[in-house]
Design a protein around this ligand. Structure first.
Ligand SMILES: CC(C)(COP(=O)(O)OP(=O)(O)OC[C@H]1O[C@@H](n2cnc3c(N)ncnc32)[C@H](O)[C@@H]1OP(=O)(O)O)[C@@H](O)C(=O)NCCC(=O)NCCS
Length: 153
């Protein structure tokens, strides 16, 4: 499971349950800006809308064909606002950092994306480290202790 072998593929309808499982992980929920449990039906409707929305894109990260995490973005005035996670068993091996780098590489050919932007909640040291190692500039903390990371594409 080496980080340099990570690849991104667009998410498909059949990834709905996988994304739900990752989104429901207590560590992911705790580090999210929306910590509430999400019923599967609500998730399914959200996921269908996500796949149909041209301003948002969802990717599955794989290493050797094994899904190891996910990253998505929503386009807001030239900023690709990122949300990402790595499967619990695969954390701490450089994959989170590699995932951010892979998204940056994938977006180099997207003229509407000028910058990547990540918002990191107070206390999420792993994500802060991943953004910094992937070359993002840090702003913060703000008055709530959260950080913002940006990288020009
Ligand atoms: C954030 C996340 C994607 C990072 O993925 P990862 O594969 O574990 O990251 P990496 O292995 O590339 O490690 C990044 C850095 O964080 C550090 N780190 C990893 N786990 C850590 C932890 N629990 N506490 C503190 N630091 C940690 C690593 O040591 C590394 O820093 P270093 O190289 O300076 O030692 C992953 O932890 C995750 O899915 N967390 C839950 C969801 C989440 O927080 N998403 C981001 C929302 S902004």
């Amino acid at each position: 499971m080496t980080a340099d072998a990570i690849s991104l593929r667009p998410a498909r309808e059949e990834d709905c349950r996988l994304i739900y499982r990752w989104r429901s992980d207590p560590v992911v929920r705790a580090n999210s800006f929306h910590t509430e449990e999400i019923p599967y039906d609500v998730h399914r409707a959200w996921f269908a809308a996500l796949l149909a929305d041209p301003s948002r894109r969802q990717f599955i990260a794989e290493v050797g064909g094994v899904p190891v995490g996910q990253i998505r973005y929503a386009l807001e005035d030239g900023d690709a606002v990122i949300s990402y996670s790595i499967e619990g068993a695969f954390r701490g091996r450089g994959l989170g950092t590699a995932l951010l780098a892979a998204l940056r590489d994938a977006l180099r050919t997207e003229p509407e994306v000028l910058r990547l932007l990540g918002n990191v909640k107070k206390g999420n040291t792993a994500s802060r480290r991943a953004f910094l190692k992937a070359g993002f500039a840090e702003e913060g903390p703000d008055e709530e202790g959260n950080y913002r990371y940006t990288l020009a594409v």
